[in-house]
Design a protein around this ligand. Structure first.
Ligand SMILES: [Zn+2]
Length: 225
């Protein structure tokens, strides 16, 4: 018997205005998966389709983010209710919405990378990670020199995302377009999807650099001058 591929249902197919955004988001997700930052079904990714009323395009919960078809994305409203597409919205939608509303973000990218997971647990007691004196800091919006430092907030993980979002809210205005959840991962955002992607890549680089610096200092302290 010949196999057949059913076309997507008409009401599940992205509308013409949505299709470019859906394609851009799924390409970003595949690229992020390719970097090893959302293994398994880890991570979640969203971009704003419209502000009034707020509509977010997102990957549904529990799917592998490396090969999501544009028509498999879901659309949620400002309360996190799915208004288009089949699939469930992740519980993490609450934090995406808090970041979008408070930071005027156009896209939120949430990874479960090795470096983010490792350093988030390491930095939890202090409540932040300080990242400083690196040229790559200039990839974050508003930073023009390597001679500076940023404090990346670190919050305790919580399965109650409403509670976690309210704890994150006061930290968002000063956050360097990102924050860490302990033992869990990184949230990065930007006013557009390309800018959110740039911030994600910069923050993941800075986190990689930070744990390597910590390790190097521990095993081979810099020579005294
Ligand atoms: Zn997560």
């Amino acid at each position: 018997m010949m196999g057949s591929v059913l076309p997507p249902r008409v009401d599940d197919a992205p509308q013409p205005a949505i299709a470019p955004a859906a394609r851009a988001l799924t390409e970003a997700m595949a690229a992020i998966y390719g970097r090893g930052w959302c293994d398994g079904t880890g991570g979640n990714f969203s971009c704003v389709l419209q502000q009034e009323p707020l509509r977010l395009l997102m990957a549904p919960s529990g799917v592998h983010k490396g090969a999501v078809a544009p028509e498999a994305l879901i659309e949620v409203d400002g309360q996190g209710t799915v208004v288009r597409g089949s699939g469930k919205a992740s519980a993490e939608t609450a934090l995406h919405l808090a970041i979008v509303k408070q930071c005027q973000a156009g896209a939120v990218l949430h990874t479960h990378s090795q470096a983010g997971t490792l350093l988030s647990q390491w930095g939890l007691a202090q409540g932040h990670l300080e990242l400083r004196d690196l040229e790559m800091l200039k990839g974050l919006s508003g930073i023009t020199t390597h001679a500076c430092s940023v404090q990346l907030p670190v919050l305790a993980n919580d399965q109650n995302l409403q509670r976690l979002s309210s704890l994150a809210a006061p930290l968002l205005p000063q956050a360097p377009q990102g924050l860490l959840i302990a033992g869990h991962g990184l949230y990065a955002w930007g006013d557009t999807l390309p800018n959110a992607m740039r911030h994600l890549e910069i923050l993941e680089f800075l986190l990689e650099q930070h744990w390597r610096q910590l390790l190097l200092r521990a095993v081979a302290p810099p020579p005294c001058t």
